[in-house]
Design a protein around this ligand. Structure first.
Ligand code: GDP
Length: 302
């Protein structure tokens, strides 16, 4: 499964790849090429700002390299995209604190629960003991699904039907400390059945986690947002909204094996550069990969 993930990423991004690649089939580097490229990048969810930055940077690189062949421009575009995405390439570091407390947010359907399952497996593979906290006390299905992932990974779960999600989060930090866990992963609601505002709920959980931090180590140490790579500019809006509300430290971008266009990462890099700790490239437990800017730029161009 491991060897094939870049192929799956490429397959997922193939539409973007083929529409950008056709731009370079001409014989000349002219304004028409840049115009076509602009269109292809916008179509790939790159957004106006990042597209402008990329094209300016590309023109500079083309001039510097004295490139004359469109094929050479393609390579320079890969360099430009990789450089733009590089600030997003950062590993999730576990082990500085025990337990490391990780709060995970994301709208329903983004792939949050699946990603928590994958992340748990990833951490276990790195010899970290994990405690899961089901702080979505509203949706029974959410709790049950998380419990399934806990079972699959042989880890313990703190869960409670109804009641205060923040209290579950608080208890989980204490339990994690008492049981000597390396990581406490706190799952949160992606949608609420009541009038309660989701962001207010998440802020409350965050505040409560801070209160549980009796040793003052900076709990929550990580605040992750899971976004669906297929949702384009909407994903960027989510990054901004959640970051404003709860201060994100990292992202997990899911479903990049599907029909995602991928350009949204360039938009995120340009407008709200929150590190991409992991990308999701499938539905299975092992389908979680660390993000590599150059690899992604290459996959984007097919
Ligand atoms: P949640 O509502 O955010 O918790 O979302 P789920 O974790 O339940 O995932 C929603 C759907 O997306 C499920 O069918 C998952 O199998 C699927 N999914 C999650 N991550 C990925 C991914 O990286 N690739 C693919 N192809 N599907 C994914």
């Amino acid at each position: 499964a491991r060897a094939g993930w870049v192929d799956r990423l490429k397959l997922g991004l193939r539409k973007t790849g083929s529409s950008i690649t056709t731009v370079f089939t001409g014989t000349r580097i002219d304004e028409a090429l840049y115009e076509e490229l602009e269109e292809a990048l916008l179509m790939a969810d790159t957004g106006v700002k990042a597209t402008t930055v990329l094209l300016d940077d590309l023109r500079r690189r083309v001039k510097e390299a004295r490139a004359t062949e469109p094929a050479a421009v393609r390579e320079l575009l890969i360099d430009a995209i990789a450089d733009l995405l590089r600030p997003l390439q950062k590993p999730l570091v576990i082990g500085e604190h025990k337990p490391t407390v990780v709060m995970v947010a994301g709208v329903n359907g983004a792939g949050k629960t699946t990603s928590i399952g994958k992340l748990t497996r990833h951490l276990a593979a790195h010899k970290a003991s994990v405690l899961l906290a089901a702080a979505d006390t509203f949706r029974a299905a959410a709790r049950e699904q998380l419990a399934v992932w806990a079972d699959r990974n042989y880890v313990e779960i703190i869960s409670q039907q109804g009641g205060d999600p923040a209290a579950v989060a608080f208890d989980a930090v204490n339990a994690g400390r008492a049981r000597g866990k390396d990581v406490v992963l706190v799952d949160t609601a992606g949608r609420l059945p009541t009038q309660l505002h989701l962001m207010e709920e998440l802020k409350k959980i965050r505040r409560t986690l801070v209160k549980a931090d009796t040793a003052g180590t900076g709990v929550p140490h990580e605040v992750l947002l899971v976004i669906d790579g297929n949702t384009g500019q909407n994903a960027l809006m989510q990054v901004k909204a959640f970051d404003d509300a709860i201060g994100l430290t990292g992202l997990i971008v899911t479903k990049l094996d599907g029909t995602a266009k991928g350009g949204v990462l360039a938009a995120i890099a340009q407008e709200r550069p929150v590190p991409v700790y992991f990308i999701g490239v499938g539905e299975k437990l092992e389908d979680l990969e660390t993000f590599d800017a150059r690899e992604f730029a290459q996959a984007l161009l097919g």
